[in-house]
Structure formats: structure tokens, C-alpha cells
Ligand binder design. Sequence first.
Ligand code: AMP
Length: 438
Amino acid sequence: MEYAIPKGLYDVLPVVSHEEDLWRLSTRWQYVEGIIRELARNYQCQEIRTPIFERTDLFLRGVGESTDIVTKEMYTFLDKGERFMTLRPEGTAPAMRAFVEKKLHTLSPIHKLFYIGPMFRYERPQAGRYRQHTQFGVEMVGSGIPEQDVEIIDMACEFYRRLGLKDLTVMVNTVGDKESRVAYKQALKDYFSSHLSSLSEESKIRYDKNVLRILDSKSPEDQEALTHAPTITEFLTPSAKHHFTTVCELLGDLELQWQINPRLVRGLDYYNHTVFEIASMHLGAQNALGGGGRYDGLIATLGGPNLPSVGFASGIERVLQAMHKQGVPFPTPPGPFVYFIGLGEKARRILMPLIARLRHADISVEIDLFGKKIQQSLQLADQSKATYALIIGEEEIQSQKAMLKEMATRQSIPLSLDGLFSELVELHNESKQKTGTI
Ligand code: AMP
């Protein structure tokens, strides 16, 4: 198709024709977004919205020049003023850029921010990996104490719990403070130097640029060397060790299932102390649902004050796909209260002002615009999940009476045409009281 959607992108749609596309249903996206907003309220997080593109330099500094995101995956372009701009590949650097630029730290010592929005990465498209994906992210700024790390891990787990996701693995690790990392990186360099010839090309590059990232490698040729690589535990400074031990103790006090994974480092350069990742056993190779960690130096790197911060981000596509694979039920959105069928122009002329009034009175109604056979119109009424259907034709206009048909029971209620508006409003109020939903 000449105008087909570019590779690695997808549409979110009101209806889909294939079972495997159910995760694209806009009602499902809205449901997850609703849960995010409720969760944010419970954890006292406030929304931040930043632009879709930023100066390229922000990501070079804020994400790190040795990361895959920066080296291979950024959508960068020159604007008409010959400035390099990049479609945001992640949300933390932009949020912190806004934080620094608007000096939010002067307004309150603690900030808890969240966002939902598209991210762009030029990756090889495959199941669960897109060139535009959507992230729900949280950034908590201002506290360096372990409780803040635990608060965000708990929030991430609670997000998945509220969605009904099961069979998750929650992995936690520390990448220590700067001093611990210097010692650990040296130990890794010493260790990998004797394995260099057998390492993958990618890991050879990482060896020079950021040896820690070799631990992230999924290449089969690296796995042997990785199994015996030193772990950071023995290189932690006393304060880094204390921070991590406290995080683990506090996590132990919560009703959470989690484990330490000493190889977990995460892809971005700005992490220190706690890092964590949550994966679903129901997804294939791309099983990471979300992850995060502490990034105390980032705000200062971007020219702001030296404030500690911790963050988390989750992909929404993978969340919806995992929910689908696991058979998590989604609430079905309600149909119209009344589906009106007007047989002929005259009848529709009567119905148009009526449906406008009902809609203005905050009642959801639908009018049949198919206007052909009554049986087909009734089928559409059924499909729309309407509570009632109301048919008006020549006969009803003559007698000034119509039958309101309850779709579930097929019972009919006679109504007079001139009192239709107030009767329907009353009926709507009654059913609202009964169900509390319509
Ligand atoms: P990251 O910033 O790489 O840790 O990504 C955070 C989360 O976003 C991941 O755990 C995934 O759920 C999701 N994610 C990252 N990249 C992609 C992608 N290319 N396509 C779909 N989801 C993604």
C-alpha cells in the first residue's frame, strides 16, 4: 500500500478485526491511562508534559553518549535554523530539563512528577519493540534516602498489580556510588581483558566506552565470560552498601515478591545506587515491562542544583500485550442510553432536536444514520450495546405515541411523543440510581 504506516509504528483504534490486535483498542488505552492517573493521585504525583522534541545535546548529556539510545537509536534532524533536534527517546532528561529551566526546586523541596507520552527510538522492529512507543514515567526529586527508592519500586509494582498482571519478576540491584563504580569498573576491565578476543563486537566497544554495559549484553558469545564476571557487591563503599541494605530491608517489609539480580545495570548512563526492572513471563524476548532507578547526578549535569532523584518508566504497549496474553478482563464501555431509529426524513426531523437536547443534558444517545432497513437498524442498536431503542415512523407520528424497547428484555414501554424528552430524562435518572454507571 502506497501510504502504509511506516515500519515499527502502529495505530490505536476504536475497533479491531483480529484477536492479536486487541491491545490496540483505544478503550483499553484509556482504561490503563485511567489507572495511571488514579495511581498518581494515591502516590501524590503531579503530571508534567514536555515537548516531543528537544535539542539533541540534551540527550547526549542526559542519557549518555555510550548508550544504545544515543549511538544508534535517535531520530535526529536539522531544523530550518540548522539546529540539531531529536525526537525524545525517553522522558527523564526532558522532565529534568524542564525542572532545571523553571527552577522547580525553588517552589518545593520535593517533587513527584509523572508523564504519559510517546517516545521515539530507531530500533529493529519486532514483537514488543516499536519505533514509537508510549511510556508512563515517574520522577521523584529531592530525597536521597532509601525510602524514596522503595516508594517508587512499590508504585511500579502497584501499577502492575492494579492492572491485574501476574507472574512478574521484580529484580533489584545497586550500581553503587561513583567511588564504588570506579573500583568495580576497574575490576571488570581487568576481568574482561583476558576474555576480550571471545567477546562480541558490541561488547568490545563497550569495553572501551563503558565496561559496565557489557553486563547488559544478550549476545550468546558473551554469556560464558559473563557467568564468572565479578559482581559489584564486593566493591561497594560502606555508604553505598548501607543504602542498598536499607532498600532491601524496607522492601522486605512490604508485601512484594522481588529478588536481587547482581547483573542488572540498566541501559542509561545516569543511574547510581538502586536500579530495578520488572519483567513479565507472558512476553517473549522483549519481556521487560518497566524499570528505573536512582540518578542523583543528572540534575546537576543539566546545569541545575545537586539534587538526588529516582525514576521509573513502563512501556504501555507491553503492558497491554501482557494483559491480553494473560486474559485480564477489561471493562466494556457503556453503549448509548437510547438508540433512536427514525424511519424517513420527517421522523428524523423530529428526532434531531430531541437527541441534541438529551446530549446537552449529559445523556449519551445515538441516532441511526444508516436509514435503510429496520431490521438492520435494530441490529446496529444491538451492536452499539444500547440500553433502549426507540423507533419513530409514519405510524408513531400519526398516533403521537412510540414504543421504547428495552434491549436486554425486549420489553416495550409506551411513551407519548410530546413528553419524550422529560420521560427519557426521568428514566435515565432512575437507571443511574440503580446502576450508578450510565
Ligand atoms: P527504557 O527507558 O529502555 O528502560 O524503557 C522503559 C520501558 O519502555 C521498557 O521496559 C519497555 O516496556 C518500554 N520500551 C522501551 N523501548 C521500547 C520499544 N522500542 N518498543 C516498545 N516498548 C519499549
